[in-house]
Design a protein around this ligand. Structure first.
Ligand SMILES: [Zn+2]
Length: 53
């Protein structure tokens, strides 16, 4: 599962964009945004704050 780390509160949540492991390695993830379920803020989703778990 791909988890995103909120840039506002620093908590992790399941990314709205999911990849399998190989696609995640090679994917270019540009400027996407998602609402953090913890602080309800819109946070930017990029490869820098996504992690495959
Ligand atoms: Zn948050």
């Amino acid at each position: 599962m791909v988890v995103a780390k909120c840039k506002k509160c620093g908590k992790e949540f399941p990314s709205p964009i999911q990849f399998d492991f190989l696609s995640f390695q090679t994917a270019t993830i540009g400027n996407n945004s998602a609402q953090c379920p913890h602080c309800k803020k819109i946070t930017n989703i990029s490869k820098a704050n996504l992690e495959f778990k």
